[in-house]
Design a protein around this ligand. Structure first.
Ligand code: 89Y
Length: 355
């Protein structure tokens, strides 16, 4: 089996972990790194034994023989680099959130579709060990039809210390971690029909919102509440970066608790078991479950790149998550419920339904 050769675009916070994730997988190798600040690309290349670095993405694409490109840059540049890869007929993986607006995200998906180029999104939360286990339990039918669910990512973790660029985003929590949790909501409960969101800024010095609450009707039946928060207020237990869940079905209930415990309750009683993520030496222990999920996510994308099976997080699929993110902003701005109709949500001035 020939190694697939790729170039990584970007040498920031996530690049190191994604490169380490790729190294866990057989049959794939990074042959070049592009970064506008060349010294950052060089430092990363040295650490990971990547042979070549570039400060010009066009030069890289002209000189390297590649099978795909992995774009791990800031959100504002995703579109430019994804479209550049598409122009070179190269399959491309983009980072989440896909784009700074829905129209830009839709344009990226359309450009790749028109070019006949596969486009994937490195959306990894749904690949976390406990998140996948919950999916299996739901699919087993043991708790019956879920009628209500709460998914939480509420943390006191000093996220701006580790990822200072997050404090500069005009749109923060809904795009940063909201993209992940809304994607998990779709993974569990299907597509949303309508959505209401309230967003708040608690930190006085950051640009975007750090707290948001979204309520949706999903899959025709389930009321889903998503709670997001990086208020850095006093919490008895900080669970970063764990997603917690409480799901009520007509035959029982399920809880995804702190420290990866899953508790399933039916009329027979409660069963609990722990589903921790695998530990990788390269993962930052403060981000363990997130970093570990990079490996199965990239394994899934790699099998699709090899034509051996479908990818879950294609651009075509992830645009549905992006719609929920941007409908949330629209709802928070207008105070209105956003119907998510077919392929779009109805924006400004259209008829709305109040919950
Ligand atoms: O940037 C975010 C992500 O993708 O996962 C968690 C995070 O690091 C902070 O919200």
């Amino acid at each position: 089996m020939r190694n697939l050769r790729f170039a990584m675009f970007g040498a920031g916070f996530w690049s190191r972990f994604q490169l380490a994730g790729w190294r866990e997988l057989p049959g794939v190798e990074c042959v070049a790194i592009f970064n506008r600040t060349l010294s950052k690309a060089q430092a990363l290349a040295k650490e990971f034994g990547v042979p070549r670095t570039y400060a010009d993405p066009e030069e890289l694409l002209r000189k390297e023989k590649l099978d795909f490109v992995d774009v791990v840059t800031d959100v504002d540049t995703h579109s430019r680099y994804v479209k550049l890869a598409a122009a070179h007929k190269l399959p491309v993986i983009g980072q989440k959130p896909m784009a700074p607006s829905l129209s830009v995200a839709e344009d990226m998906v359309k450009t790749c579709r028109d070019a006949g180029v596969p486009f994937f999104v490195n959306e990894n939360f749904r690949w976390q060990t406990p998140i996948r286990q919950v999916k299996q339990i739901l699919a087993s039918g043991v708790i019956g039809t879920p009628f209500r669910a709460r998914l939480d990512m509420v943390s006191g973790f000093p996220v701006f210390k580790n990822q200072p660029f997050l404090a500069e985003l005009e749109q923060f929590v809904l795009t940063d971690v909201g993209s992940h949790i809304l994607d998990v909501a779709r993974f569990y409960f299907g597509e949303a029909e309508r959505l209401y969101c309230r967003a708040q800024r608690i930190h006085p010095t950051i640009k975007g919102e750090d707290v948001a609450t979204v309520i949706m009707k999903m899959g025709g039946v389930t009321t889903v509440i998503v709670e997001l928060g990086y208020a850095e207020n006093a919490l008895e237990q900080d669970k970063f970066p764990q997603t917690l869940a409480f799901i009520e079905g007509d035959q029982g209930s399920l809880e995804l608790c702190v420290d990866y415990w899953i508790r399933v309750t039916t009329r027979e009683g409660t069963m609990s078991k722990r589903y921790p993520p695998p530990r990788y030496s390269w993962a930052d222990p403060a981000y363990d479950v997130c970093h570990a999920s990079i490996v199965p996510c990239q394994a899934n994308l790699l099998q699709a790149l090899r034509g051996e099976g479908p990818a879950e997080t294609t651009g075509e699929d992830n645009i549905k998550t992006a719609r929920l993110v941007f409908a949330s902003y629209e709802s928070a701005r207008t105070g209105q419920v956003m119907p998510i109709v077919g392929d779009q949500f109805r924006a400004r001035g259209s008829p709305v339904v109040r919950i």
